[in-house]
Design a protein around this ligand. Structure first.
Ligand SMILES: CC(C)(COP(=O)(O)OP(=O)(O)OC[C@H]1O[C@@H](n2cnc3c(N)ncnc32)[C@H](O)[C@@H]1OP(=O)(O)O)[C@@H](O)C(=O)NCCC(=O)NCCS
Length: 200
């Protein structure tokens, strides 16, 4: 597996990634913020995203957003190819985007809101703590991202104090943690991309 900071040339994958966002939202039956390919391409061009490949095929992605004058950072839009989930790719991407966030925005608080158990596990390993929404950014730009979520009504009914997502926050002053991910560089731990026909 190769994981690297995405570049302008990776814009060719933006449509595919946005389709994965739609597919996974349908599959989970929960809310997930919709993303436009142009926005994903913009994140790639600005050096604020991480992209992964297995066997030279797109394997996953995650990007950084900043709020409140870059004092709050979110690692958003984590997605892994559905064929190779549960092999550590999501954890490896999250570690990479977290490190990129820490190096680009060393003093920022890093946070996220999620209903995903996998993301909660990874965030906890990285040192995030669960918090109420009062500890997160109050930036309109962040919360407007929830508008396309099917639970947006619940969020607004509660005046943005709570919703179905759990808020998680990494305090920028905490030490960095190295997660235990398979040694992909050895080549023996790469998840294999298989066509649905050949999968057992
Ligand atoms: C969430 C997602 C990125 C995880 O990627 P992944 O490559 O499967 O994750 P990993 O293999 O690194 O797993 C990390 C941990 O989460 C667990 N996990 C993964 N998927 C899980 C699931 N659906 N339910 C419960 N736990 C899960 C893994 O078992 C692992 O924990 P463990 O080491 O204790 O066993 C992937 O499922 C995905 O793309 N989902 C659709 C998009 C999405 O939901 N994004 C998050 C929005 S906040």
């Amino acid at each position: 597996m190769t994981i690297r900071v995405a570049t302008t040339a990776d814009a060719q994958y933006a449509d595919q990634l946005c389709q994965w966002y739609i597919d996974s939202a349908k599959q989970r039956g929960t809310g997930i913020a919709k993303r436009e390919p142009a926005y994903v391409a913009h994140k790639m061009a600005s050096g604020d995203s991480v992209i992964a490949f297995v066997d030279d095929q797109l394997a996953g992605f995650c990007y950084i957003e900043t709020f409140d004058d870059k004092t709050f950072v979110v690692n958003s839009g984590l997605v892994v190819n559905a064929e190779i989930r549960k092999h550590g790719v999501g954890r490896a991407i999250k570690q990479a985007v977290f490190e990129l966030s820490r190096s680009k925005y060393p003093n920022a608080k890093i946070f996220g809101i999620t209903t995903s158990l996998a993301v909660m596990k990874i965030n906890t390993e990285l040192g995030y703590k669960p918090v109420t929404f009062s500890e997160l950014t109050s930036s309109e730009d962040f919360w407007k991202g929830c508008k396309s979520c099917k639970n947006y009504g619940i969020l607004t009914e509660n005046e943005r104090r709570m919703c179905l997502c759990t808020g998680m926050l990494f305090d920028g002053s905490a030490p960095l943690v190295q997660l235990q991910v398979p040694d992909f560089s050895a080549g023996t731990h790469d998840p294999q991309l298989v066509s649905p026909d050949s999968a057992s």
